[in-house]
Design a protein around this ligand. Sequence first.
Ligand SMILES: Cc1ncc(COP(=O)(O)O)c(C=O)c1O
Length: 363
Amino acid sequence: MTLAPKPGVLDIAPYVGGRASVPGVEQPIKLSSNEGALGASPTALAAYTHAAADIAIYPEGSAGILRQAIGEAFGLDPARIVCGNGSDELLTLIANAYLRPGDEVLFSAHAFLVYRIATLANSGVPVSVPEKNRRVDVGAMLAHVTPKTRLVYLANPNNPTGTYLLHDEVVRLHAGLSPETLLVIDAAYAEYVRRNDYDTGMALANKHANVVMTRTFSKIYGLAGLRIGWALCPPPVADVLNRIRGPFNVSIPAQQAGAAALRDVDHVARSIEHNEHWRSWLTDAIRAAGLAVDDSVCNFLLIRFPQEPGKTAADADRFLSERGLILRGVASYGLPDCLRLTVGPADANRKVAAALTEFMAKT
Ligand SMILES: Cc1ncc(COP(=O)(O)O)c(C=O)c1O
């Protein structure tokens, strides 16, 4: 007899992160994983270094330091917050806790890949719902709800499309779900959104017993390497996640750096300002080069390439890589004609715009 994993596990295509190197290029410019363009706050780095003195000792198990800081920063009850080793861990723990074999899990066609992985790892059935012009279609999502729908993952805004759902649309989605279905609002890019018709999902998660909102320190806070995420949960869901998470799943240096990053509101404001300026600059430059790109509310752009030989997304990826510029191919997200570009530091943005212009102009 061979050792067999749970049904579904071998259907998982392992997650492949954004590339970080190019053979033959010494210092490539990595614009493939949506990390914050300005990096970590200096006070977060100092807190991290300072915490190194304590690494011989286990952390307090509930991530109390960080939960307290999150509670203060956002006006939330720390008892409703569960921290994780990246929000990836929390998205996975939710599936581990609530899915029974055969339960259906809804997400939109170009949603974050971790939702499918977490579903299959728990012998659930992934239900991928078509989008409309690379935007979540609430009507279509609701049309796919069945009595077996146990979880709905909604990335708002969504990666890799960069588009978002209005608060009213999220409310409509939630209103169409039964109390036995959990709506997980993944707001990894919330800090970048500057729209008054958007909500992070915080209000819904505070109000309803079947809504969780997840957040990350990997993007605007510049702490992707530390792996810190958090979830705002109804109390019974927090209780469930706390039973199944690793006992010490967030390290002391990570907690201290995260808490300091939250308090450095100037760094966050500078990061937002940088992103607003360069996202708009890049959007204009890419359109001027003759490429299609949707308006994004995030710190990345989804660029659509022609299918004409020599001008495809794969051709562009090669052309840019040869010049040390690494973007993210998104064929695994069902978008083979696109590349995703993270808004980077000023110099990187100028280089990538110039390279894309050259790529499109060459015969
Ligand atoms: C939509 C979305 N959710 C969650 C994550 C995971 O973030 P973390 O680094 O907190 O695991 C990402 C990272 O790319 C993301 O794009």
